[in-house]
Design a protein. Structure first.
Length: 419
């Protein structure tokens, strides 16, 4: 067996072990909040008489897969959601490994990046505790689409993005990246081909976003600041009130919680970052710098507009985190620095701590994390302080390691020359 093949198989096995271990220590919460609406689609399908609520019904891919699997297997919908979540979590980690390798990370560093991603609370563990949420099925698709864009497989990237929009609206991001990247290609070398790609991506993304919202009748519509119970089915109420929602000013708490969620999710990269490493990171990114920056900007905008689950929304930065870590690790940080970073991520995300209780409220187990909608309290301060402490600890470790290395070099210079 060749070394690359052995490495890939090892990564696949490690990803499976990580997911199974996290699932073993994670109790499954009661289906509440958004999960109720996804379960309604999984139970009744998209029939006009079903209790369908917007915007959840527009993310019908995973619930409809459960609906079909239930018809074939007879297994309960929640069990099928759990199995889908396990498979999607595994695929997320495997694709994170593949993306890290694509940007130059060696095998061991790819596995480390995969493990760091697994430790992030809302990337794997929270979706396993509330498996009817559909974000977990969208994560592997957004990483795959980003990987395909880097490899210039534009047709496949567009297909994955369009499919992903049936899971979660954040999958519109690869379509936008395709337009941006091909627009850059056109500016570099004007021709009709990039323009055709841009037009195709815009039309396809518009259709994928609008058609479900125009064709699927709903009985209720929900947003962060509105709740509509309709007397009958309606195809326009959600879009009408969505315009109202988008016109409302942002609350200060949203911006603070977005910043907290970004710091929390990007903590491993922040711990490894130094001014010199950041300069080298930007240089090594090359052409991938533009999609990384645009992807980050779009996640920030959609997280502000998307609703209450800000700490969940920032996990769609997974491709950016993977690429950033892969390039930062090329700076050869010391083993001690890497060990401190990994341990800090585990501690910050309370990986080994209980996550609520079986059949309990899913938000109870993650209350320590902060970042929820406009809620600002003592937890917000504590989490900012804890994250800052870990970043400072990493800096002290670097300073200590560099001081030790400098002392060793000076000691060797001070030795008497052998005759």
């Amino acid at each position: 067996m060749t070394e690359p093949r052995r490495g890939r198989l090892t990564a696949i096995a490690v990803a499976a072990l990580l997911v199974l271990a996290l699932d073993f220590i994670t109790p499954q919460a009661a289906p509440m909040y958004d999960s109720v609406h996804y379960l309604a689609v999984a139970s009744s399908g998209l029939s006009a008489g079903a209790p369908l609520a917007a915007p959840y019904v527009y993310r019908f891919a995973a619930p409809m897969a459960v609906w079909m699997l239930h018809a074939v297997s007879g297994l309960p919908a929640l069990t099928l959601f759990h199995l889908l979540a396990l498979g999607a979590a595994w695929a997320t980690l495997v694709l994170a490994y593949a993306l890290s390798r694509a940007v130059g990370a060696p095998h061991a560093q790819g596995v480390l990046i995969m493990a760091v991603l697994a430790a992030s609370l809302f990337q794997v563990r929270f979706p396993l505790s509330e498996p009817a949420m559909v974000d977990i099925e969208a994560y592997p698709l957004i990483i795959l689409a980003f990987l395909l864009l880097l490899r210039e497989s534009y047709a496949w990237a567009l297909c994955v993005s369009l499919l992903g929009m049936l899971f979660k609206e954040f999958l519109v991001i690869p379509c936008v990246l395709l337009v941006v990247v091909r627009g850059r290609d056109y500016l570099r070398q004007p021709s009709s081909r990039p323009l055709l790609w841009m037009l195709a991506a815009i039309i396809a993304a518009g259709a994928a976003v609008l058609l479900p919202r125009m064709l699927i009748p709903v009985h209720a519509a929900f947003g962060p600041n509105f709740r509509l119970e309709l007397p009958g089915t309606d195809r326009t109420a959600y879009l009408t009130n969505l315009r109202s929602m988008l016109s409302n000013p942002l609350a200060p708490g949203q911006a603070v919680n977005l910043l907290l969620s970004l710091v929390s999710y990007l903590l491993p990269a922040l711990m490894l970052a130094t001014p010199g490493r950041i300069r080298n990171l930007c240089r090594r990114m090359g052409d991938s710098r533009l999609p990384v920056l645009v992807h980050t900007l779009l996640v920030v905008v959609l997280a502000l507009l998307g609703g209450t689950n800000i700490m969940v929304f920032v996990t769609y930065l997974a491709p950016v985190l993977v690429v950033t870590l892969a390039l930062l690790l090329r700076e050869n940080p010391s083993r001690l620095e890497l060990a401190v970073m990994a341990a800090s991520v585990v501690l910050f995300n309370r990986v080994l701590a209980p996550l609520g209780t079986a059949g309990g409220d899913p938000l109870e187990g993650v209350a320590f994390y902060g970042g929820w909608w406009t809620v600002l309290d003592a937890t917000t301060v504590h989490r900012f302080a804890e994250a800052s402490g870990y970043v400072l600890l990493a800096a002290l470790v670097r300073w200590g390691v560099q001081g030790k290395n400098l002392g060793l070099r000076l000691g060797r210079l001070g030795r008497p020359m052998q005759p």
